[in-house]
Design a binder for this molecule. Structure first.
Ligand code: NAD
Ligand code: UFG
Length: 337
């Protein structure tokens, strides 16, 4: 298939492009590089020996998308092109609503205009809110506490309404848990700009000596050791989940929603320990106050994706820690040479 990967230069997008190319699909990337580097696309081409057609374009720009769709016959779209910094979304809500919701609407318009029938959307476990664990697709969603989460809820709603009227469309909402890790080559990985907000990039910068110690946000939660528990998923497993979802769409009519997680929870201190053991590097840490808006513990019910897509994660927490460090140590400044 000819797949448009919106946001394909980013962390999850670049790994997904690689898996798509290896599975024999053609890839067109549209990315404005607001949170990524062209080098990621080049490295995917090097790793696979295949070409990516790249458009430096903003997905909210209808004219630019018109041009792309008129120049290419697109069979399916994967929409990764979102802004994702939760704290920034609280400070700049309009930027987030515009980027994340309008991009979804513009791509949906292009589907209507150009007869594209397959759409995969990057959603997030954040749409469940502070629900009972494990999170199951059939749950009533609870309010999210920030504009970022709200853009995911709104995009899900728009796509749900569209799938209801376009009977020949297949629309899949993928709710990711916590993606970490990198391609085992160490050539592509997560390249956060500025001080990382997320746990694993922070740990790897501490390991690299770029930060003095990890700040553990709270150790008084009702969890196994008092620290927050998440369902960490290897980015390669996540990327494979997207390809499975796309390839199952010929039999799918209408809307499908899947959790992409492992179904297992890991605490902050368990992840630190695993990283230390696998990579033989000490990670100093200090326990601090809880971070506002954090949930104590969540993980996926991963059963539906296994039953319906035949997709299961195969990589362990140890693999995630090893591959993260392999990427970080080979690329201490990310994609900047
Ligand atoms: P990322 O920032 O690395 O990738 C997003 C890519 O989209 C970047 O290359 C960025 O330049 C591009 N982009 C953003 N807005 C754009 C626009 N208007 N036009 C064109 N390109 C644009 O982030 P990621 O971690 O790869 O996340 C991909 C998607 O998955 C996002 O929608 C994110 O919200 C969602 N998600 C991520 C996580 C996570 O923890 N990483 C968890 C749940 C959901
Ligand atoms: N944590 C620390 N110190 C840090 C960073 C994080 O102790 O420096 C803790 C957090 O308190 C939490 C856990 O590590 O208990 C994971 O935190 P992350 O920030 O890595 O991930 P979150 O689960 O908070 O959020 C991420 C994304 C959200 C997304 C969610 C679910 O940032 O956008 O996963 O997919 F919604």
């Amino acid at each position: 298939m000819n797949i448009l990967v919106a946001g394909g230069a980013g962390y999850i997008g670049s790994h997904t492009c690689l898996v798509l190319l290896e599975a024999g699909h053609q890839v067109i990337v549209a990315d404005n590089l607001i949170n990524s580097k062209m080098e990621a696309v080049r490295r995917v081409e090097q790793l696979t020996g295949k070409n990516i057609k790249f458009y430096l374009a903003d997905v909210t720009d209808e004219k630019a998308m018109e041009q792309l769709f008129s120049e290419n016959k697109i069979d399916g779209i994967i929409h990764f092109a979102g802004l994702k910094a939760v704290g920034e979304s609280v400070e700049q809500p309009l930027k987030y609503y515009h980027n994340n919701v309008v991009s979804t609407m513009v791509l949906a318009k292009m589907m209507e205009r150009y007869g594209v029938k397959k759409f995969v959307f990057s959603s997030s476990a954040t749409v469940y809110g502070d629900n009972e664990i494990p999170f199951v697709e059939t749950m009533q969603l609870l309010p999210t506490t920030n504009p970022y989460g709200q853009t995911k809820v709104m995009s899900e709603q728009i796509l749900t309404d569209l799938a209801a009227v376009h009977e020949d469309w297949a629309v899949t909402l993928l709710r990711y848990f916590n993606p970490i890790g990198a391609h085992p080559s160490g050539r592509i990985g997560e390249d956060p700009q500025g001080i990382p907000n997320n746990l694993m990039p922070y740990i790897s910068q501490v390991a690299a000596g770029q930060r003095e110690y990890l700040r553990v946000w709270g150790d008084d939660y009702p969890t196994i050791d008092g620290t927050g528990v998440r369902d960490y998923i290897h980015v390669m497993d996540l990327a494979e989940g997207h390809v499975k979802a796309l390839e199952s769409m010929d039999e799918q009519k209408g809307l499908a929603v899947y959790n992409l997680g492992t179904g297992r929870g890991t605490s902050v201190l368990e992840l630190v320990k695993a990283f230390e053991t696998v990579n033989k590097i000490k990670i100093p840490y200090q326990v601090k106050e809880r971070r506002a808006g954090d949930i104590a513990e969540f993980y996926a019910d991963a059963g539906k994706a296994a039953r319906c897509l035949g997709w299961k994660t195969t990589r362990t927490i140890e693999d995630m820690c090893r591959d993260t460090w392999n990427w970080q140590s080979q690329n201490p400044r990310g994609y900047e040479e």
